[in-house]
Design a protein around this ligand. Structure first.
Ligand code: S3P
Length: 446
C-alpha cells in the first residue's frame, strides 16, 4: 500500500523499508515526547534533592542511553508500567559515583555532552563511549570549558570519544564564550556550573534551545539571561513533576510532508513550542504553507506547548541562514527535501555544524537528493536546492542517521514516477522516533 512500509530484515539488523508515493496526506498524529527535554528531565531529576516524577518521556533510543548511563553511575530511576518515570536524587556532587564499566552513550551526542558536564561536578571517574557515528563527533568542545572549571576531561587524540572524565566537587565558576551556537555545549557548561562554588556564565553566539535553562528554573535554581549571557547560580535542585510535551523535531517530518501539496493537512497536538525549536514553523510559513499554532498551557509552567497544524500550498524557495540555523538545525534535512518542491532556489548556509551531526548531513543530503532526481549544490556550510522537480523513486541509504531515514521517507511519499523508494538501514529511526513509519502510514493514502 502506498505510503506504508514493507519491511525486510536482510540477514542482520539492517531493515529495508519500501515506500510508494502518497496520493493524499491527511490526519492527526500525537508524536512521542520531546527528546531534548527528556534527556534534561532525566539528568536533573537524577541529581535533584528528592523524588521527581516524569510523564510522556521520549521512547527514543537516545533517551534510553541517558537513562542507562545515569543508572550505571548509581542514579535511582525507575520506569513504571503506566509509562511514568520516578527518580530519587541526593543532590549535586553527591548523587553519582564511578561506573564499573565504560558508559555507552549509543548514538547520542546529547547524552555524551550533557552527561560530561554533569559528571564533571562529581568526584568520580568515567569513560563515555558510543557507536561508530558518535565516535566521529567533536568532543574537544566540551573538554575545554570543563577543564577550565577544574575537571580532567580527555577525549581520544582525534578530539572524539571515548572521553575520559575525572570530576571533582566543587568546580571553579567560569565565564565561557561558546565557539559554536550549540545547546549541547551550553548545557554541558551550565550543568557543570551547578557544582561550582559561584555563578557560572555562558555566552552564546546565537540563541539555541533553552530547555536546560527552563528546567533549571523548574528546579528553583536561579538562571539569569541577559542578551546572549546566561548565568546559573548554584542552589540545591528541588524535585519536580513534568509531563514532557511532544517532539516538534519528530512532528516536523509529517508537517513538512503536508506542506508540499494543496489539500494535504497534518495536525500534531501538544508539541513543544520552545522558541529555540520553532524555526521550522517560520520557514514552512515563509515557503507559503498554512501553519496554525494554538498555544496551550506550558509544561511544568516553563516550557511552551501547543497544537500545530500545517496545510499544503504551492511553495516558494527561501534562504535559511544566520541566527535561524540553531533554531532548526535538526530540521534541515527535511527542509532540503521540501526545497525540491518549491519554486526557485532554496539556499541553506551558516550550517557547517550539519557536517558534525550523526552523519555529514550536507554530503549525504546532497547525494540523496541527486539520487531522487533533484538538482543541488553542496557548499562547506550548506546547500542550494533548485525546485520544483518531479522526484523519482530511488534506493537510498539512511547512513545510520535517523533524520536522514525520515527525510527519505518524506521524499518517497512525493515521488512522481510511480516507483518504490527503498530506504536501507531504516531501523535507525528508533534513535528518535521508533513509531515513525507506523505514524506516517496512518496519514497517507496511496
Ligand atoms: C540538542 C541540540 C542540538 C541538536 C541535537 C539535540 C540538544 O545539537 O542537533 O539533536 O538537545 O541540546 P547542538 O546543540 O550541538 O547543535
Amino acid at each position: 500500500m502506498a505510503g506504508r512500509p514493507g519491511r525486510r530484515g536482510r540477514g542482520g539488523p539492517v531493515t529495508e523499508v519500501r515506500l510508494e508515493a502518497a496520493r493524499r496526506v491527511d490526519g492527526e498524529v500525537t508524536v512521542p515526547g520531546d527528546k531534548s527535554i527528556s534527556h534534561r528531565a532525566l539528568l536533573l531529576g537524577a541529581i535533584a534533592c528528592g523524588r521527581s516524577f516524569l510523564g510522556n518521556l521520549s521512547p527514543a533510543a537516545d533517551v534510553a542511553s541517558t537513562a542507562g548511563c545515569l543508572a550505571a553511575c548509581g542514579a535511582w530511576l525507575r520506569l513504571f508500567d503506566d509509562g511514568k518515570w520516578v527518580l530519587d536524587g541526593a543532590g549535586v556532587g553527591r548523587t553519582l559515583r564511578s561506573p564499573e564499566a565504560d558508559l555507552d552513550c549509543g548514538n547520542s551526542g546529547t547524552t555524551m555532552r550533557l552527561l560530561s558536564g554533569l559528571l564533571a561536578g562529581h568526584p568520580l571517574e568515567a569513560v563515555l563511549d558510543g557507536d561508530a557515528s558518535l565516535r566521529r563527533r567533536p568532543m574537544r568542545r566540551v573538554a575545554v570549558p570543563l577543564e577550565l572549571m577544574g575537571a580532567a576531561v580527555e577525549p581520544s587524540p582525534g578530539g572524539t570519544a571515548p572521553l575520559r572524565v575525572r570530576g571533582r566537587f566543587p568546580l571553579r565558576p567560569v565565564v565561557y564564550e561558546l565557539p559554536v551556537a550549540s545547546a549541547q555545549l551550553k548545557s554541558a557548561v551550565l550543568l557543570a556550573g551547578l557544582a561550582a562554588d559561584g555563578p557560572t556564565t555562558v555566552v552564546e553566539p546565537a540563541p539555541s534551545r533553552d530547555h536546560t535553562e527552563r528546567l533549571l528554573r523548574l528546579c528553583e535554581v536561579p538562571v539569569a539571561v541577559e542578551g546572549g549571557r546566561i548565568t546559573v547560580t548554584p542552589a540545591p535542585l528541588q524535585p519536580f513533576g513534568l509531563r514532557v510535551p511532544g517532539d516538534l523535531s519528530s512532528a516536523a517530518f509529517l508537517l513538512a510532508l503536508a506542506a508540499t501539496r494543496p489539500g494535504w493537512r497534518v495536525r500534531c497536538p501538544g508539541v513543544t513550542l520552545n522558541p529555540g525549536r520553532t524555526g521550522v514553523l517560520e520557514v514552512l510559513r515563509a515557503m507559503g504553507a498554512q501553519v496554525s499554532v494554538e498555544p496551550g498551557p506550558e509544561a511544568g509552567g516553563v516550557e511552551p506547548v501547543g497544537d500545530v497544524e500545517v496545510r499544503g500550498a504551492p511553495l516558494r524557495a527561501v534562504t535559511i541562514a544566520g541566527d535561524l540555523i540553531p533554531r532548526l538545525i535538526d530540521e534541515l534535512p527535511v527542509l532540503a527535501v521540501l526545497a525540491t518542491q518549491a519554486e526557485g532556489t532554496t539556499v541553506i548556509r551558516d550550517a557547517a555544524e550539519l557536517r558534525a551531526k550523526e552523519s555529514d548531513r550536507i554530503a549525504l543530503v546532497a547525494a540523496g537528493l541527486r539520487a531522487l532526481g533533484a538538482e543541488c549544490e553542496e557548499a562547506p556550510d550548506g546547500l542550494a536546492v533548485h525546485g520544483p522537480v518531479r522526484l523519482r523513486a530511488a534506493a537510498l541509504d539512511a547512513g545510520g542517521d535517523h533524520r536522514l531515514a525520515m527525510a527519505w521517507a518524506v521524499a518517497a511519499c512525493l515521488a512522481a514516477d510511480g516507483g518504490v523508494t527503498i530506504i536501507r538501514g531504516a531501523e535507525c529511526v528508533a534513535v528518535s522516533y521508533p513509531r515513525f513509519f507506523e505514524d506516517l502510514g496512518g496519514l497517507t493514502t496511496g
